[in-house]
Design a protein around this ligand. Structure first.
Ligand code: ATP
Ligand code: MG
Length: 285
């Protein structure tokens, strides 16, 4: 499977206009990816156990997308096999009054996974260069004038690049997914939220209001991704009109990342290893 196609690490430019959101990588339907996806979920479980036991590396997985692109469903399915003890999911909503009194990375830092753990961000500090850029939110915040110039967004790109490098240098790998859907697919999904009783609770008026800014958001995503794609913390742009393919791709990428980290169960010291048979005796005698 050609994952390179979806990876942006600064070498090639991400052009949102030319990205096929309906791409299914040559697969024709869900039935073809079900078994390999199940295998990936199993593999993830095995790797997570070792990651947790070893406790040397943490993984932060970020999900960004336009409304109704399937972040929730992807998180639910892809990580369904993980041990909840080693995973923490956090959803970033509109900042609270307390959060607004702090720098924008403050609330994220509090949820960065410990080494050995997997942290999942449903939205993230990227909102501050997405919705923050589209609506120029920094202009209306209670901050000094020097923090409200038109350069704020460019400064944040650089801050985010440095922050992710900082995390990497401290044993945390950041994996960034952009679930990319078409405007038509978003319409379909929003209509489902209106028509399907079980999905009504997900409907928010703001989803429709923000849809009116579609082009601005597309531009903001393209700029943010290109400005923060790096070798150590690449972006993965996931064609997401077909949810089954999006989920399959995400699981492939997560497994590949875990494989490259290659976590191992900690080795016992020879002293402890030698004493195991004595402990066995104590228990069984
Ligand atoms: P879905 O994609 O299924 O619609 P959601 O992620 O939009 O789910 P909601 O609770 O509907 O979840 O919305 C969260 C909202 O919070 C989003 O509209 C997002 O833009 C907003 N938000 C998150 N972070 C910030 C931020 N830093 N500044 C302003 N708004 C933010
Ligand atoms: Mg929403």
């Amino acid at each position: 499977m050609d994952l390179k196609k979806y990876e942006f690490n600064g070498e090639k430019k991400f052009e949102i206009k030319h990205f096929d959101t309906a791409d299914t990588g040559g697969y024709t339907d869900k039935t073809e990816t079900e078994t390999p996806m199940r295998d990936d979920i199993e593999l993830m479980k095995v790797y997570q156990d070792k990651l947790f036991a070893e406790g040397k590396e943490g993984i932060l997985i970020i999900f960004q997308a336009m409304d109704a692109a399937g972040k929730d469903g992807a998180i639910k399915h892809v990580f369904s096999g993980l041990n909840p003890q080693g995973v923490d999911t956090y959803s970033f909503k509109e900042p609270t009054d307390e959060e607004l009194q702090h720098d924008y990375l403050w609330r994220a830092q509090r949820h960065i996974p410990a080494r050995g753990e997997i942290g999942i961000f449903n939205r993230s500090y990227y909102e501050d260069v997405l919705v923050g850029k589209v609506h120029k939110l920094y202009k209306s915040q209670n901050v000094s004038d020097r923090c409200k110039t038109d350069d704020v967004i460019n400064q944040r790109y650089e801050q985010i690049r440095n922050y992710e490098q900082y995390l990497w240098d401290n044993g945390i790998t950041v994996i960034k997914f952009f679930l990319n859907i078409s405007k038509d697919e978003q319409k379909k999904q929003l209509l489902q939220r209106i028509d399907d009783k079980a999905k009504n609770w997900k409907f928010a008026q703001s989803d429709i209001e923000e849809r009116a800014y579609w082009d601005d958001y597309q531009n903001a995503y393209e700029l943010a991704i290109n400005a923060t794609a790096s070798k150590t913390c690449p972006w993965y742009v996931i064609p997401s009109d077909k949810k089954w393919y999006a989920r399959y791709l995400i699981s492939k990428i997560v497994v590949r990342q875990l494989k490259s980290i290659n976590p191992q169960y900690p080795k016992l010291s020879s002293e402890v290893e030698n004493s195991l048979s004595n402990w066995r005796k104590t228990l069984t005698e």
